[in-house]
Design a binder for this molecule. Structure first.
Ligand SMILES: *[C@@H]1O[C@H](CO)[C@@H](O)[C@H](O)[C@H]1NC(C)=O
Ligand SMILES: *[C@@H]1O[C@H](CO)[C@@H](O)[C@H](O)[C@H]1NC(C)=O
Ligand SMILES: *[C@@H]1O[C@H](CO)[C@@H](O)[C@H](O)[C@H]1NC(C)=O
Ligand SMILES: *[C@@H]1O[C@H](CO)[C@@H](O)[C@H](O)[C@H]1NC(C)=O
Ligand SMILES: *[C@@H]1O[C@H](CO)[C@@H](O)[C@H](O)[C@H]1NC(C)=O
Ligand SMILES: *[C@@H]1O[C@H](CO)[C@@H](O)[C@H](O)[C@H]1NC(C)=O
Length: 368
């Protein structure tokens, strides 16, 4: 039995928070706005938040119904001048474990050139970078066991449907094509949605970064995750202990210390957020086949300490063949290994390479 979304709706109105020029790096040619979109989900999730397949392989008696409405925070960026073609396309950007929307645009002048949203905006592409439910400025359920991949994936699919049917802000037409771009656990979330939605997916293409089909249970210990309330009591002391975080961020960077700024790692540590235990324990869903019919690309860093260890990313043709098996009906499937990049493709000195790769795939998938 699959955890199909039973009924998922988004309220007609998104809430405009403020014009944000302070928190989001935006160039002369790009305007960014923070928004909150209420999303209603009604899904079946595993009773056991440690279920390795997130309910995808569970039977009805091991599932429970989750029916709730969450406020989803996001930063919407749009080029000031878009051609009619570009105006049809939006990228939905999904951060990874213990990050927020800021992964796509570090909110400080010093790291402005690490902003993918600005890079893409300068090339005519709009984006909406969201915070997962449970994370950042989105609603945080009191009980971390509500924050599972089934929940997050339902939110993303419903947001995508909303972007295709409603105006996100006054004067902005619904988008015709949506490309989901995920990082790490954000890629798992998009992958989960593609398994559930199949050919009905509202996404017109996926770019799944920093994620390969590797037994994640063996990799999870590398995170050294601890309860967020023990890690930072002043900030997270009141949280359910199943909200977790990680203090040692080195695994997210290449081992060569000259390939990233040590100041980025400090900044990363200060701006980190939380995830739920399910986020770490349910990752094996990526070994389940997705009958999605649109185009799919995976981008992984050659120095990714989780996925490219043990020479796994050296033979790209073999890697592509192995990964392709899980996307049998994808219109096209490619794997790109970004040379020099670590797990956090966006945050080291090689970031411009992956940025160009992402924009190239978006243009290819949408015919721009
Ligand atoms: C683009 O829009 C932003 C935000 O609305 C504004 O700050 C900027 O001056 C605009 N740039 C141009 C070239 O119109
Ligand atoms: C269904 O799940 C329950 C609880 O996990 C388990 O006890 C039972 O054996 C399962 N039944 C089948 C047919 O798999
Ligand atoms: C969280 O919800 C689950 C499922 O309803 C329940 O089993 C668990 O006891 C709850 N945990 C807390 C801390 O309330
Ligand atoms: C952080 O993790 C790395 C491996 O990713 C390890 O080499 C290093 O010793 C750790 N640092 C601390 C302070 O634990
Ligand atoms: C991370 O930041 C905390 C303060 O929030 C600090 O206590 C800790 O030493 C930092 N860790 C690293 C590895 O910089
Ligand atoms: C950003 O600029 C700095 C200084 O010019 C440079 O060292 C760094 O490599 C750049 N980062 C990216 C991602 O291009």
């Amino acid at each position: 039995m699959f955890p199909f979304p039973l009924r998922t709706t988004v309220s007609a109105l998104s809430v405009l928070l403020h014009l944000s020029s302070i928190y989001v790096a935006s160039s002369q040619s790009c305007g960014c706005t923070s928004i909150v979109i209420p999303v209603h989900v009604d899904v079946l999730v595993p009773k056991d938040p440690a279920d390795p397949f997130g309910g995808l392989k569970s039977n009805a008696s091991s599932l429970r119904r989750l029916d709730d409405t969450y406020d989803v925070f996001g930063v919407f960026c749009q080029p000031n001048t878009t051609s009619p073609k570009n105006a049809d396309v939006i990228q939905l950007l999904v951060h990874g474990f213990t990050y927020t929307n800021q992964y796509w645009s570090p909110p400080t002048e010093e790291f402005r050139n690490y902003s993918y949203t600005e890079f893409a905006c300068d090339r005519g592409l709009s984006s909406l970078a969201i915070d997962w439910v449970g994370v950042g400025l989105s609603s945080r359920p009191a009980n971390a066991s509500d924050v599972q991949y089934a929940t997050g994936a339902a939110v993303l699919s419903q947001l995508a449907r909303y972007l295709k049917t409603a105006s996100i802000l006054p004067g902005i037409q619904p988008f015709k094509r949506i490309i989901g771009i995920g990082h790490s656990a954000g890629s798992i979330m998009l992958n989960f949605g593609a398994i559930v939605d199949g050919a009905q997916s509202p996404f017109d293409g996926f770019i799944l970064t920093s994620l390969l089909n590797v037994d994640l249970s063996t990799l999870a210990p590398l995170l050294g995750a601890t309860s967020a309330r023990d890690d930072t009591p002043l900030r997270w002391g009141a949280l359910d202990p199943d909200y977790i975080t990680t203090s040692n961020r080195s695994i997210f960077y290449p081992t060569d210390p000259t390939s990233f700024s040590p100041r980025m790692v400090i900044f990363d540590n200060f701006t980190k957020d939380v995830g739920s235990v399910s986020t770490v324990l349910q990752g094996d869903i990526t070994s389940v086949t997705a009958h999605y019919t649109g185009p799919v690309a995976k981008v992984v860093g050659s120095e990714d300490g989780f996925f490219c260890a043990a020479g796994r990313c050296v033979d790209v043709a073999a890697l592509t063949a192995a990964e392709r098996i899980l996307w049998p009906e994808a219109e096209s499937f490619e794997v790109v290994v970004a040379q020099g990049s670590g797990h956090d493709l966006n945050l080291d000195f090689f970031a411009k390479g992956p940025f160009n790769t992402f924009v190239g795939f978006v243009n290819q998938f949408t015919g721009l």
